[in-house]
Write a protein that binds this ligand. Structure first.
Ligand code: AMP
Length: 285
């Protein structure tokens, strides 16, 4: 397996992509912020399976972080990330600096309305505008045929799909299932922030969602009952401070009142100590 090329200049990635396109090769893009774990690996694996060439971007995108968020502390390990990419057969690691992406008097942003104002958008008002802007750039730079996103960030996946549809971007967005630790905690680069005690407590997120899923499997369709089941379970864990517990329409991401008649996303954000964690499941009727 040859080592992936690590490129920081967007124009150089674009040039390589242009050559591949000329040869008729398909390109897969996996956007990440690095510190790769098995969740990222599953996306990369699928991208390698489905495309002739794969570009993994590793970029801690400053414009998707709010002023009091963890931009400066976000974990980084390019060496380990390169090893993961090499073992999966990635062709290019696109690893720009912020100045490579936004250096030259940057004035243009891409913003999806409405569905970015709910769930995580309430406490992270600039987040999705930063995500859609960078993802749009990454799609243009990589000339990818397919882009891979985790269901772990379900709102992000819905927002990116909407952007692609609304702006007629010629790319297939592929959603990939959540990869979990053995005890159920969704894998996340941010799990690194948890103390041993908090790490144990963090399993309450998946446990509460499992309770709700089991109820729905038994036929429960009342959204309030689903929300209260999750909240009750979360309240049993003293280290857990819930930010939201939501049952929303899978497409519009608007709250379901009363009975559930369409596919829903059941999503939560919970602080464990100072670490903000998210988890979710989708339920088709
Ligand atoms: P991040 O580096 O956190 O921005 O994540 C990059 C991509 O990996 C996003 O599309 C995430 O949804 C996806 N991802 C992160 N964690 C997981 C996970 N546990 N399972 C599946 N996909 C994930």
């Amino acid at each position: 397996m040859s080592k992936p090329q690590i490129i920081s200049n967007p124009a150089d990635v674009q040039k390589a992509a242009r050559e591949w396109k000329k040869e008729g090769l398909s390109i897969g893009l996996v956007p990440t912020m690095g510190y790769l774990h098995d969740g990222h690996r599953s996306l990369i694996h699928k991208a390698v399976e489905q495309n002739d060439r794969v570009i993994v971007s590793i970029f801690v995108n400053p414009i998707q972080f709010g002023p009091n968020e963890d931009l400066d502390n976000y974990p980084r390990d390019l060496e380990a990330d390169t090893a993961v990419c090499e073992s999966e057969g990635v062709d290019i690691i696109f690893h720009p600096e912020p100045k490579d992406m936004y250096g030259d008097h940057f004035l243009t942003h891409v913003e999806v309305d409405e569905i970015t104002k709910v769930l995580c958008g309430r406490s992270r008002p600039v987040h999705f505008k930063g995500v859609t802007t960078v993802v749009n750039k990454l799609m243009n730079i990589s000339k990818a045929d397919r882009a891979y996103f985790g269901q772990k960030d379900a709102q992000q996946l819905a927002v990116v799909k909407k952007m692609v549809k609304d702006l007629n971007i010629d790319i297939e967005v592929v959603g990939c299932p959540i990869v979990r630790e053995e005890d159920g905690l969704a894998k996340s680069s941010r799990n690194k922030y948890l103390s041993p005690e908090e790490r144990k407590a963090a399993v309450v997120l998946s446990r509460s969602l499992n309770r709700a899923h089991a109820l729905m499997d038994e036929g429960e369709r009342n959204a309030d009952k689903i929300r209260s089941t999750i909240s009750d379970e979360l309240s049993k864990e003293p280290l857990a401070d819930p930010e939201y517990v939501s049952v929303v329409d899978s497409e519009t991401l608007q709250d379901i009142k009363g009975d559930i008649n369409d596919p829903v996303l059941v999503a939560i954000a919970v602080r464990i100590g100072s670490t903000r964690l998210i988890d979710n499941f989708s339920f088709e009727l």
